[in-house]
Design a binder for this molecule. Structure first.
Ligand SMILES: NC(=O)c1ncn([C@@H]2O[C@H](COP(=O)(O)O)[C@@H](O)[C@H]2O)c1NC=O
Length: 553
């Protein structure tokens, strides 16, 4: 057939099917799929049901190779696929057959006048744009994987779902085979398929638009969000709230692999996300124990079990029912420490086999393998719109100590600087107003979520002095009692303090100084910095400004 030549009129007249009847009998299918998975059984079901198949190049080859009779799109249009496949199905003899509304007599008449045969079912899946992008391909190769003809067919069929059923994923084939063999899809089934089809092309276009916006704008003016429900949760934050999860199939907490325990709840997801983030704010082996998205203990050590013991010792009362995250594989020693404590979730990049076996003996403990995802932006819904911001990072914009300045008191020694760095990395994960006390790479008192900073200081000290216990290694080095048994009425004394934002007055600092804090780190930037610096000089306490703030509302 030469270019532009009209194909021979078909043996069937347009509008042959059951018109407006709910279950539309099917006689003609269009198949154009990149992913050929499962296409043969579906096509065989079409043949069995007496449905003629029209297919684009590669799909037609695959079907013919399996002995299935197919008419090539080129033979329908009289036009060859061209421009490296950029134009295959974009032709009125295809799109007319997808879009003619067979409930309308004039459309049916026009189909006949134009020699266009309608399609009853369309099977399309799209070029793998997201996978190509994830593979690190060059811009030119990514552009070639932006499907144009596929979405056009999907959208046309979905719009015309009164007449056409549309499938966009091999997951749908099994149900489709059953429907085809029982005589077609009902109107409501076609509408469900159409809704899925539009959601599919919307998500596809959002991915393309996000990528291309990122190419041309450092600070994007567009963010396409396509959320597909991957599981329905039992309920939301409270039992009267409906909730679901949209996991994007990559990494992070939403895509965690669960190795044991009950189903994850909405609150479990949020706490686990906070816990994983807090643990990975540290470079050394670290553990964060989270309740209600706030840490009740964070510690870093040479060994993950030691980090867990120290995190737990910060506040064993609150650790009950908590969520634990580690930034290294869980060892048997850590699992043995976790076992006696009622814990909702444990998340880690992996588990030693013996540790996993032990943890699995706690039937209700949700055990997650989490590969931390790098979330670039936080998106929050407010009434009438959304707020979008870059995600706060503890190492932004560079090495965590690089922007620090020593502003008061004597210079801190290396051990104190290391504790200040630990406290600064840790206070990022505390809800504002946040004050975190630390010693030897472990939090010892956390003041969180207060509406003024002086209360956060008081709370951090009170909680350090009432809730914390000594860990075994500390007790041993002091020649003292057993782990967990010695409460420390003066745990705040000699600890360092980090404040997530500046002290607006000297009063908060004074509370810390009076409790025996040995050094303070804070962003600085208050109009009363001079008062705070004077108080630190007066108390002889080293104070450092970071120049960055870590509010978390
Ligand atoms: N341009 C077109 O006319 C066109 N028509 C269909 N496609 C895509 O081509 C793929 C199938 O190609 P093939 O049957 O040649 O293997 C499908 O992913 C389909 O979405 C097209 N390709 C991209 O835009």
């Amino acid at each position: 057939m030469t270019i532009g030549e009209r194909p021979t009129p078909s043996r069937r007249t347009p509008g042959h099917s059951s018109g407006s009847s709910p279950r539309r009998a099917m006689t003609r299918a269009l198949i154009s799929v990149y992913d050929k998975t499962g296409i043969l059984p579906l096509a065989q079901a079409f043949v069995e049901a007496g449905i003629d198949i029209v297919s684009s190049g590669g799909t037609a080859h695959a079907l013919r190779d399996a002995g299935i009779a197919v008419t090539a799109v080129e033979d329908v249009t009289g036009f060859p696929e061209c421009f490296d496949g950029r134009v295959k199905t974009l032709h009125p003899l295809i799109h007319g057959g997808l879009l003619a509304d067979r409930r309308k007599a004039e459309h049916v008449a026009q189909l006949g006048e134009l020699g266009i045969e309608p399609f009853d079912i369309v099977v399309v899946n799209l070029y793998p744009f997201a996978d190509t992008l994830a593979s690190g391909a060059q811009v030119g190769d990514i552009i070639e994987q932006i499907d144009i003809g596929g979405p056009a067919m999907v959208r046309a069929s979905a719009k015309n779902h009164a007449s056409v059923a549309v499938l966009t994923s091999p997951d749908q084939y099994e149900d489709a085979i059953a429907a085809v063999l029982r005589g077609g899809f009902s109107e409501s089934e076609r509408r469900v398929l159409a809704a899925k089809a539009f959601a599919h092309t919307a998500a596809y276009d959002a991915a393309v638009a996000n990528w291309m916006t990122g190419l041309v704008e450092e600070q994007p003016s567009f963010a396409g969000i396509a959320l597909e429900r991957t599981s329905t949760l039992r309920y939301g934050e409270n039992p009267h709230q409906w909730a679901w999860l949209a996991a994007d199939g990559t990494d992070g907490v939403a895509n965690a692999v669960q190795l044991g325990g009950k189903e994850m709840s909405y609150n479990n997801y949020r706490d686990t996300d906070a816990a994983v983030r807090a643990a990975y704010d540290h470079v050394r082996p670290a553990v964060a124990i989270i309740k209600h998205t706030n840490p009740c203990g964070i510690a870093a050590a040479d060994d993950i079990a030691e980090a867990h013991a120290r995190a737990h010792a910060c506040d064993p009362v609150s650790a009950y029912g908590g969520v634990i995250a580690a930034n290294r594989s869980v060892t048997l020693a850590m699992a043995e420490q976790v076992k006696p404590v009622f814990t909702e979730v444990i998340a880690a990049p992996g588990y030693d086999a013996d540790a996993l076996e032990l943890l699995r003996s706690k039937k209700n403990l949700r055990i997650l393998v989490v590969t931390p995802g790098r979330t670039e932006r936080d998106i929050t819904q407010i009434s009438g719109g959304f707020l979008i911001q870059d995600r706060d990072r503890v190492d932004a914009p560079g090495d965590v100590r690089s922007g620090w300045s020593h502003v008061a008191g004597p210079e801190a020694d290396e051990q104190t600087l290391a504790d200040l760095e630990f406290a600064w990395r840790s206070v990022r994960s505390v809800r504002s107003n946040a004050v975190l006390l630390a010693r030897d790479g472990a939090s010892v008192g956390v003041g969180m979520g207060q509406v003024n900073r002086v209360d956060s200081c008081r709370l951090a000290i009170e909680r350090a002095n009432t809730l914390g216990v000594a860990v075994e290694s500390d007790v041993e080095s002091a020649g003292g009692a057993q782990a967990g048994s010695s409460s420390s009425a003066e745990r705040a004394r000699g600890a360092v303090a980090a404040s997530d934002a500046f002290f607006p007055f000297a009063d908060g600092f004074q509370v810390l100084a009076d409790a025996g804090i040995r050094a303070v780190i804070q962003p600085g930037g208050s109009i009363r910095d001079a008062d705070v610096i004077a108080a630190a000089n007066e108390a002889g306490i080293p104070m450092y400004f970071t120049g960055t703030r870590h509010f978390a509302h």
